[in-house]
Write a protein that binds this ligand. Structure first.
Ligand SMILES: [Zn+2]
Ligand SMILES: [Zn+2]
Length: 379
């Protein structure tokens, strides 16, 4: 009503807070939307901490408001004049980006959205070249396992030091967040990192991406279990564990079974050649442990069946009966391999290192599997 009566949408209070900041603080998404529609300025800084509305949304964990502001930034003059990436990484008066605040305040959903929109995972509050805290330091302080998982999966550095020379592990210990400290311990197994080759597979579609992200998080949780085993922090096993996976197998027809691991159902398809594999194997194909910055070379991953380079991954289509007929021969072959595999008692499929057994299977299945395994996650 006020906006209809031409009240200035950027009216300030004594802390130079705008109505948009207050709406983002309190999670009033419809107010956020109305204010943005009325042309509210998303690039205003308050006088308390020098924060923007994006900082407010991240700090208070209102992911819907955060998303609305980011969408506005993408389509407004801000993106053109300021640069979208710069807006996402905007600093408050103490050098904190919205990602720092979301990590500190235990807001994993906001952390995820920000990273997905180009937030710098290793940003330092000290500014470029100066020591300061990274989002991982602040997540360690806040004690949110979920935030730490997100940041690590995005390649956050466990060895980066803050202004006092501490690594995130030390910060978590100091604040008595034992499980967080275990994951942050540089001696613990390195988590899988969302693979950089996937970032440049053009426009990975949302569905395929969600599947791969889920597979990555599942794989990392398996690693966590062994890290936390024997500590007081071991987690209750998730309900969708082993039983669910075996159910999937029995329901799936053989033609849908992944020809690489023979354990999981094909969910991902390489667009041009149409070869299919499961999400776990796709990740193993594209995933590296954190690349060494001096040797990391960014070559696009290739299809393990035909060696053509992968331009795009999509969610696998379910085959029609007609198509399935063509696959009967290979299906019989696969069935025999599958049963042999199970009789060997393979239970290691949940870890991506199971793909290490690839070499053994080379040449079997419906397509020749590349013999060289330079992309296989080294144990
Ligand atoms: Zn597979
Ligand atoms: Zn192929």
């Amino acid at each position: 009503m006020l906006l209809d009566r031409s009240v200035n949408p950027d009216l300030l209070n004594r802390h130079k807070q705008t109505p948009l900041m207050m709406a983002a603080m309190h999670g009033k998404i419809s107010c956020v939307q109305k204010l943005i529609q009325a042309g509210a300025n998303i690039l205003m800084f308050d006088s308390l901490y020098g924060r923007t509305c994006l900082h407010y949304a991240a700090y208070y964990g209102h992911s819907d408001c955060l998303q609305a502001i980011l969408s506005a930034a993408q389509s407004s003059h801000v993106a053109a004049s300021w640069g979208y990436a710069r807006f996402v990484n905007i600093r408050d008066g103490k050098g904190a980006t919205p990602l720092h605040l979301a990590a500190r305040q235990r807001r994993p959903e906001c952390v995820h959205i920000l990273l997905d929109n180009g937030a710098l995972v290793c940003a330092s509050t000290g500014g470029y070249g100066f020591p300061g805290s990274t989002p991982l330091h602040l997540a360690a302080r806040g004690g949110s396992l979920d935030c730490i998982r997100e940041l690590l999966a995005w390649g956050a550095d466990r060895l980066q030091r803050d202004a006092s020379g501490r690594i995130p592990h030390t910060v978590a210990l100091k604040h008595k967040h034992g499980a967080c400290a275990a994951l942050l311990n540089p001696l613990s197994a390195e988590p899988l990192v969302w693979p950089s080759p996937l970032k440049f597979i053009s426009e990975l579609n949302a569905e395929a991406k969600a599947l791969l992200e889920q597979a990555l998080m599942d794989a990392n949780r398996e690693r966590e279990k062994s890290i936390l085993k024997g500590t007081a922090y071991s987690q209750p096993s998730p309900s969708h564990s082993d039983a669910g996976i075996y159910d999937n197998i029995s329901e799936a027809s053989d033609t849908e079974l992944c020809c690489i691991c023979f354990d999981q159902v094909c969910t991902i398809e390489v667009q041009d050649c149409g070869h299919q594999m499961c999400a776990q194997c796709t990740l193993a194909l594209c995933c590296h442990n954190k690349p060494n910055p001096t040797t990391a070379c960014l070559t696009a991953p290739v299809c393990p069946f035909c060696r053509s380079s992968i331009a795009q991954l999509v969610v696998a289509k379910v085959k029609t009966d007609n198509e399935a007929e063509h696959d009967i021969n290979s299906s019989i072959l696969r069935r025999s391999i599958k049963s042999r595999n199970f009789s060997e008692g393979s239970s290691s499929f949940k870890s991506l290192s199971a793909v290490g057994s690839f070499g053994k299977m080379g040449g079997r299945g419906s397509g020749r599997i590349a013999a060289d395994n330079e992309w296989v996650d080294k144990p």
